[in-house]
Design a protein around this ligand. Structure first.
Ligand SMILES: [Zn+2]
Ligand SMILES: [Zn+2]
Length: 129
């Protein structure tokens, strides 16, 4: 009986190496969460000392990657140039204008606005002096 079971085990190991790998990777049964007052029984395949609830790191790892992938998708946004306001799609979250033309126009508008603000004070200073 004993010799029979041992040969069967050996045969299984040879044909299914993954099962052998799994066995070496277990961390022991009957362990409980290290967080005081939790007492959740840990899975033998859980490499950490705490339960899944208290160990967010290995659980959220996949979640995090998924969120990043979503960010890379196309975003629909409105052109930041007031005179345009056209909706456009982009994969670049930093892009604010539908086109280079709008970006240039918005830049020029900003320069003009800055000059408008600067001119009276300069003129006033000249008048005062
Ligand atoms: Zn716990
Ligand atoms: Zn635009």
């Amino acid at each position: 009986m004993e010799s029979r079971s041992s040969t069967a085990l050996r045969g299984r190991r040879l044909s299914r190496p993954s099962e052998h790998m799994l066995k070496t990777k277990t961390y022991g049964l009957g362990r409980v969460c290290a967080v005081e007052g939790c007492g959740t029984r840990l899975s033998a395949y859980n490499p950490s000392d705490v339960c899944a609830l208290h160990n967010g790191a290995w659980q959220n790892a996949g979640d995090h990657g998924a969120r990043k992938a979503v960010r890379r998708d196309e975003i629909t946004r409105r052109c930041a140039y007031e005179g345009c306001g056209r909706e456009f799609t982009t994969t670049n979250p930093a892009k604010r204008y539908c086109s280079d033309a709008c970006r240039m126009r918005a830049f020029q508008a900003r320069v003009v606005a800055a000059r408008r603000v600067g001119d009276p004070s300069v003129a006033g200073a000249r008048r005062a002096s």
